[in-house]
Design a protein around this ligand. Sequence first.
Ligand SMILES: NC(=O)c1ccc[n+]([C@@H]2O[C@H](COP(=O)([O-])OP(=O)(O)OC[C@H]3O[C@@H](n4cnc5c(N)ncnc54)[C@H](OP(=O)(O)O)[C@@H]3O)[C@@H](O)[C@H]2O)c1
Length: 240
Amino acid sequence: MEELAGQSALVTGASRGIGRSIALLLSAAGMRVGLVARSTDLLDALADEISASGGAAVPLPCDICKPERIGTVVEACVQELGGVDLLVNNAGVFLESQLEDLEVSDWEHVLRVNVTAPFLFAKAIIPHMAKRGRGRIINIGSTAGKKGYLYQTAYCVSKHALLGLSRCLAIEAEPFGVSVNTLCPGGVRTDLIAGTHLAKRLVGERMLEPEDVAESVVFLARQSGNVDIPELVMLRGKGR
Ligand SMILES: NC(=O)c1ccc[n+]([C@@H]2O[C@H](COP(=O)([O-])OP(=O)(O)OC[C@H]3O[C@@H](n4cnc5c(N)ncnc54)[C@H](OP(=O)(O)O)[C@@H]3O)[C@@H](O)[C@H]2O)c1
């Protein structure tokens, strides 16, 4: 098992939901964390919370739809944390729309956040990891990257594309000592799907909690170089 204490991680979408839980759990495991999202106030509050519990965190406010900002944020993270051992591409948006109402601008926005940004973060970080001959990228996919769902065309396409990105990165980055995993959760109790038809369908259903996803991220991050878990699908259990 890999010892995470003393290493550093960059987590996108850290202001709330799953990303916030991931940042807290990685910090509890002893990692320094760079926190990316647009909500500066939430990132500052999280960094304060992590510092108060003895950890180290750097808020890195950024709209990841702006490609030119991503390189700058990665450089700032590398400088502030002394390198990045783990990238967690978690930030994401959800969209539910019938095909006839699906606007190109909305389609492009979903792809920009869910696919283009993870590609650009990986592109900017892999050279830093390669210099040290080690690193890991964990992409937060979805069961929507493994099958289709009604009215989720843009979202499902983006998560299928993210899986394709992960599979290609895994091959290209492996010679540099960089591992790539995709974590594909089913429904998780966050604000992502608030107000959607999907949320209505899930009322009363048991769901995963953000902490469940964070635990799986830590599990993947702790795998030694002898083990490769390219994709991990996680669904809510039946309970005991
Ligand atoms: N919830 C689920 O049921 C579920 C299931 C499977 C997979 N997932 C995946 O898990 C990931 C996290 O989802 P979540 O449920 O935690 O969602 P969430 O609670 O809505 O949080 C989304 C995060 O992404 C950030 N974000 C969105 N657009 C951004 C942008 N343009 N620039 C920078 N940051 C941006 C948000 O920060 P700001 O608003 O502060 O920018 C926020 O921190 C997503 O990739 C999602 O697809 C979720």
